[in-house]
Write a protein that binds this ligand. Structure first.
Ligand code: CTP
Length: 222
């Protein structure tokens, strides 16, 4: 199978020397890409700026802003069987980017922010969708309830939920895997590499089932 994996943060520029970003390290996404490769799959890794080396064998697409990630994801998703959107994409970006460094003044300033495009939701609504769609939900409260809402709102097949305070920048994570049909699987605190291996098994099994069903549907139609 071909896996598309997004990882890391995005950077939304304010001026030539400043940006808005977040603390995502990219470790979970890179571990998923690595586990998929080890399981014999092809991988397109679309990565925001991180301090990690991509696995040899993955096709690495480096991006910086949410708009660049949006374009790269849509460019590759049609060729993939499983799309795993693990990146911590900025939800807002500055309304305008100053071409010159904003100079310090004595008074207060404010920054106008506008929403970015939601990449996961845009894949969920693609009419030509033939891939399994997996989202990641980073929460600090009401983990399961918020993740179920995201699963439905973004039309995913699977939503992997974690407490951002446990997973962010860490080598370990604690996960809830929520399936479209309502099933839930829980993983206690475990190294991200091990979790990634388990997730790849789950995603490939689920994708195989979905594709079997699609084949049945296609043959029923013919
Ligand atoms: N996501 C995305 N594009 C965005 C924002 C988020 O594709 N502009 C994706 C993330 O990659 C992740 C999922 O949506 O797979 C959930 O991201 P998360 O940050 O947990 O939730 P948000 O939808 O941004 O909502 P909130 O920040 O309010 O929790």
């Amino acid at each position: 199978m071909i896996f598309l994996v997004t990882a890391g943060p995005t950077r939304e520029p304010i001026d030539p020397v400043r940006y808005i970003s977040n603390r995502s390290s990219g470790k979970m996404g890179y571990a998923i890409a690595e586990a998929a490769l080890k399981a014999g799959h092809d991988v397109v890794l679309i990565s925001g700026p991180v301090k990690l080396h991509s696995s040899r064998g993955a096709k690495l697409v480096s991006v910086s802003t949410s708009d660049e990630m949006f374009d790269a994801v849509h460019q590759h998703a049609g060729d993939c069987d499983v799309c795993v959107l693990c990146a911590a994409v900025a939800d807002y970006k500055p309304a305008t980017v100053s071409p010159l460094k904003i100079k310090k003044r004595g008074d207060e300033i404010s920054l106008e922010l506008v929403p970015t495009r939601d990449i996961l939701a845009s894949l969920g609504s693609r009419r030509d969708r033939r891939f399994l769609l997996v989202g990641f939900a980073a929460e600090t409260h009401d983990l399961q309830e918020n993740a179920v809402k995201k699963l439905r709102a973004k039309n995913c097949d699977i939503m992997v939920a974690n407490d951002a305070r446990v997973g962010m920048e860490s080598d370990e994570n604690e996960l809830l895997v929520l399936f479209r049909g309502g099933e839930i699987k829980k993983f206690h605190r475990t190294p991200k590499q091990i979790l990634a291996r388990e997730l790849i098994k789950i995603f490939s099994k689920f994708a195989t089932k979905v594709f079997d069903k699609k084949n049945v549907m296609i043959s029923e139609r013919n």
